[in-house]
Design a protein around this ligand. Structure first.
Ligand code: ADP
Ligand code: MG
Length: 770
């Protein structure tokens, strides 16, 4: 509102100023108009005067008389005088105009234009000044000419007077002479003489006349010159007229300029007026909008206030009740704390008892799980045969020889097909790993066997197959992708750690090699020394190897050190490791000994990880000498292993453990409730198909027996107990009626006796006492 009022005041003030300016402008315009009218009038009169002068000049020109020059001069002088008077008057007027224009007009917005006009006026003044100077010059000239004319006229007068006098004198003389002549005529002699004298005197008069005539001519020339001067003056008058016309044109121009300036000023005034009105309108509408918004806000605030009042009331009410609650809070808190404490201690008590119950249940479950696991392993068979097909490698070369000859069954992961000599032969094993199977996947199938050795079971894992089929890859693997050996030890460590609360475990490792039926210690000081397998002197019938080094390992680093050590030994002892390793069996024997702190029960489990010699049939290809011997030994030991496994699976009464060093050494790890895994490695390459066929046939042979009628019969009838094994110690008693399957609760005592026996015989030189 205030801004509106202010704006309106401002508008009024501006309008007043505008009116004043308009008045001033009108007055100035009037002034200028009257001045220009006056100037026009003066110009008109000047024009008339000029016309008169021109007429006068023409009149003078027509008269051209010597005596008229004087009149003309007077006329010119009078005219000059009059012009001077007019000039003065004009100057006065000009001064007046200048004074008016110089009058201060600070409020006038057209000060600049006035300055321009003043400039033009001063220009005009200067021009008028110049004109005046020219007029003065002309006056001077006219004066000079008039003076000269006066002189000439004087001289003319004098000469005319002289001439008149002369004529007078001459005419008098002529008269005298004529009288004399007449008198003389009467006096003839004397007359003759006088005539002669007169004639002589008349010649003189004639000469004087001639002189006078020439003088007259000179005077006429003078008049001609005067005429010339007059002509020049006429020309000057014409140029004055021209100047005057120019001045008039300039005046017209100034008038037009004035007109334009006036129009411009009016336009500007108009525009200013419009702008001002527009601004006022805009401000007014804006103010109205703002006012409206403010009103709306006000209304909103009012309604808010109205709605807030009840909220405030409820808030105050709430605050009061909260204050009351805060006052009562400590008491309430103490009460609540008391009851909470009681509840918590009760809950803790309940949790304790639940925990105890859970622990009991957990232990029972653990026992059950172990039982179930064993049952599962038993159901799956204690001897299992897996097949692993390695990928085609660069070593296989290229072309048809390196073509893939092995395919798999999409629905059955235990079946593989071999294309041999154009015929497809299918094999069924317990499980088949295709080339893309990872070390991790392979180990997952093996880890149940590995963990069972913590529970006191003996386990054997063999890698069987021709050289280059992937045996060492599966057992040892690479540093970046380790095989079963390292993974098994890692698993044992973590399992043992998990049981550390109730059990004390020690894990030891030995590494041995069987080459040409000679057993050597890979971790010993004397690797060349041939070790013997002997019966335990305690009469338990267990076997042991005196002098076989055993390292205790507690971490992966320890294992790595042991492996490194064994590997270095093997390298330094052999000239060609690859060849040598393919002709020898490498054994890693891991022994896990446990003591249950609560019951005092001791267990020993052995994990035998065997990388067998290459199964290829070298002997048949005409090898000689040491190669032939090697091949014979390998064939013998591998077929002995096959026979043993076959005998075990078919549960024959006699198991030929002693037919090779390998089976003899592993006797107690193969028999009884031990678990065995045969990993048959094959190459998929076309060129290896006959060896692959042999390996798969071996695999199928050792696997299929259990399912045959004989094995079933054997299962029902006689499963050899440890006491029935080949190489039984003297004094051992037979118990041929006992089954091979996991012991029933009634058989637990005999199993623990077996475990005890194992505990006694394990370890090289320090049998653990019962
Ligand atoms: P073996 O011990 O039976 O003579 P190797 O284990 O030395 O055979 O394997 C021969 C080659 O094949 C090695 O270079 C090995 O890395 C590669 N190899 C074997 N099995 C696999 C596999 N499953 N994946 C990748 N490479 C393999
Ligand atoms: Mg190898």
């Amino acid at each position: 509102m205030a801004s509106m009022a202010h704006l309106q005041k401002e508008k009024l003030r501006l309008q007043e100023e505008l009116l004043e300016l308009q008045e001033k402008l009108a007055a100035r315009e009037n002034n200028e108009l009257s001045l220009s009218l006056q100037l026009q009038g003066q110009v008109e009169t000047l024009k008339e005067k000029l016309l008169e002068q021109a007429q006068e000049i023409s009149r003078l020109r027509s008269e051209l008389g010597g005596t008229d020059a004087e009149k003309h001069r007077d006329l010119l002088a009078a005219e000059n005088e009059r012009l001077r008077q007019e000039m003065k008057a004009l100057e006065g007027e000009l001064r007046e105009l200048q004074r008016q224009q110089q009058a201060p007009c600070q409020d006038c917005p057209h000060l600049q234009e006035n300055a321009g006009l003043q400039e033009q006026l001063s220009q005009l003044q200067r021009e008028a000044e110049e004109m005046r100077a020219k007029l003065v010059e002309l006056d001077l000239e006219v004066q000079q000419k008039t003076n000269r004319l006066a002189e000439v006229e004087l001289r003319l007068k004098d000469s005319l007077a002289e001439r008149a006098e002369e004529e007078e004198r001459l005419s008098r003389r002529l008269r005298d002479s004529q009288e004399t002549i007449a008198s003389l005529k009467s006096q003839p002699q004397q007359i003759k003489y006088i005539i002669k004298t007169v004639e002589v005197e008349s010649a003189k008069a004639k000469q004087a006349l001639c002189e006078t005539q020439s003088r007259n001519q000179y005077l006429q020339e003078q008049v001609g010159m005067q005429k010339q001067v007059l002509k020049e003056m006429e020309q000057q008058l014409q140029s004055s007229q021209k100047t005057e016309a120019q001045l008039r044109a300039q005046i017209m121009m100034y008038e037009a300029e004035l007109e334009r300036a006036h129009g411009q000023m009016l336009e500007e005034m108009q525009a200013m007026e419009e702008e001002k009105n527009h601004a006022i309108e805009e401000a007014f509408s804006r103010a109205q909008v703002e006012m409206k918004a403010v009103h709306e806000n006000l209304a909103g605030v009012r309604t808010n206030l109205l709605t807030l009042q009840p909220a405030l009331r409820t808030l105050t009410h709430d605050y009061n009740s909260l204050k009351r609650q805060v006052r009562d809070f400590p008491l309430l808190l103490q009460e609540t704390l008391r009851s909470a404490r009681a509840e918590i201690s009760q809950a803790i008590e309940e949790v304790h008892s639940t925990n105890r119950e859970l622990l009991r249940k957990y232990r029972r479950e653990l026992q059950l799980r172990k039982k179930c696991h064993n049952e599962l392993v038993r159901l799956k068979g204690n001897i299992r045969v897996f097949g692993r097909v390695r990928p085609i490698t660069k070593e296989d070369g290229e072309g048809p020889e390196a073509a893939n000859a092995v395919t798999f069954d999409a629905d059955d992961d235990a079946v593989l097909h071999l294309l041999h000599k154009g015929k497809q032969v299918s094999f069924e094993l317990d499980k088949v790993f295709p080339p893309q199977a990872s070390q991790e996947e392979v180990f997952q199938e093996v880890q149940a066997l590995v963990t069972s050795c913590i529970d006191g079971y003996n386990v054997c894992i063999f890698a069987y197959g021709q050289t280059g089929a992937g045996k060492t890859y599966t057992m040892e693997g690479t540093a970046a992708n380790p095989g079963i050996n390292q993974r098994a030890l890692q698993l044992l460590f973590s399992e043992v750690r998990g049981k550390a609360a109730d059990w004390d475990y020690t894990i030891t490792v030995s590494a041995a090699e069987i080459y040409n039926e000679a057993l050597r210690d890979l971790l010993g000081k004397e690797p060349q020394e041939k070790l013997e397998i002997k019966l335990c002197p305690d009469g338990s019938g267990q076997l042991y190897v005196p002098g076989l080094t055993e390292f205790r390992v507690q971490s992966v680093e320890d294992i790595n050190k042991v492996f490194e050590f064994g590997h270095v030994k093997r390298v330094t002892e052999c000239t060609n490791l690859n060849e040598h390793s393919s002709r020898s069996h490498a054994l890693l024997i891991v022994t896990v000994r446990g003591l249950d702190r609560s019951t005092g029960l001791r267990t020993t489990g052995k994990l035998n990880l065997v990388d067998l010699a290459g199964s290829e049939r070298v002997g048949r290809s005409g090898a000689e000498g040491s190669r032939l011997r090697e091949a014979q030994h390998i064939n013998k030991s591998l077929s002995a292993l096959g026979d043993v496994i076959y005998a075990l699976r078919s549960r024959q009464g006699h198991v030929p453990f002693r037919n090779s060093k390998l089976t003899y050494l592993l006797q107690d790890s193969l028999s009884g409730d031990s678990k065995t895994l045969m990993m048959v490695q094959v190459s998929p390459a076309e060129k290896n198909t006959s060896e692959t066929l042999c390996s798969l046939k071996f695999a199928e042979r050792v696997r299929s027996v259990e399912l045959g009628p004989v094995s079933r019969k054997a299962e029902l009838g006689s499963w050899p107990s440890q006491e029935h094994l080949e190489g039984d110690s003297p004094g051992s008693t037979a118990s041929s009626g006992r089954g091979h399957a996991s012991p029933s609760p009634g058989q637990l005592s005999s199993r623990s006796a077996s475990i005890r026996r194992k505990l006694q015989t394990s370890g090289k030189l320090r049998p653990i006492p019962l």
